[in-house]
Design a protein around this ligand. Sequence first.
Ligand code: GLU
Length: 330
Amino acid sequence: MDSRSSNSFDSLPRQLISRFAPSPTGGQHLGNARTYLINWLVARSCGGKILFRVEDLDTPRIKPEAIPQLESDLSWLGLDWDESPIIQTGRITLYEEALQRLQAKELVYPCVCTRTDILNAASAPHLEHEGPAYPGTCRNLRVSDADLIIGKPFAWRFRVTNSPTWHDRFLGPQNVDIRQIGGDFVVWRSNRVPAYQLAVVVDDADQGVNLVVRGDDLVPSTPRQLLLYDTLAMTAPEFMHLPLVKGPDGMRLAKRHGEARIAMFRQQGVTSEKIIGFLAWSCGWLKDLKPISAKELLSFFDLNTIPREPFVLLPWHLEWLKSGSRPEQE
Ligand code: GLU
């Protein structure tokens, strides 16, 4: 059976609650906008809610000026949300409570290894940040051993014993073995900073999110999060992982691929309908490139036409967005 035939969203949760969860680490680009657009269309087409959460735990990488920009870019694109945004740095107590519950069950252990993944744990591990599996150096430590670690920073790692599978709403059945990629993962960084994996689970559960729509570079995070939902006795959402927008070199969108930030298009006078039209075309909903609003797409967008492979952003795409010109043959 084509796994796509089971991707219909007819059977999505009846009272769907989805969320935008951007990290204010820089400007949002066309790739982020494509995921947000699909997320918005799925939620709004079935009368669902969308919440907004600012994921700002990775303090050194956070750019405070990017927070209002996130909201203004999304509104400008015509993508609205319900309720006031929540900000992760204001919710540390909730994450601490979750950590204590994991500690009470000896599901986590203190880890003194000074590895980059401890440093990186505050941010979502987009694929290029997935390191080799943790070798388990501190695995035999007990929670109480933390009291004996003096003068050295330590993190808390989750002891992984299994790797849950799930049925992805876009990708179909998924089986990613986290014992092979990453292994025991960090849920708390040494300096009072919860790791992305723990914070995202606590927040999605607390906000009642029942559908997570995000880029497919976060697929390896899903079994980790499913483990946390399970051990914290929280209801897990469903997941829909979407293909990314990449540069012609196959890498995640970056500055070297040309200016693809929404804020820059706005400054250059490109209309939001043009951006939405371009994204709709990239998803196979429009045969020709033309401006359209997100609302207009509600009546005919279709998850089944979205190509499974990453969308490659070419220089002429940016040219079309800026000037309207497109080559005869591309
Ligand atoms: N804040 C994460 C990011 O911007 C997204 C995490 C998620 O959707 O689970 O990469």
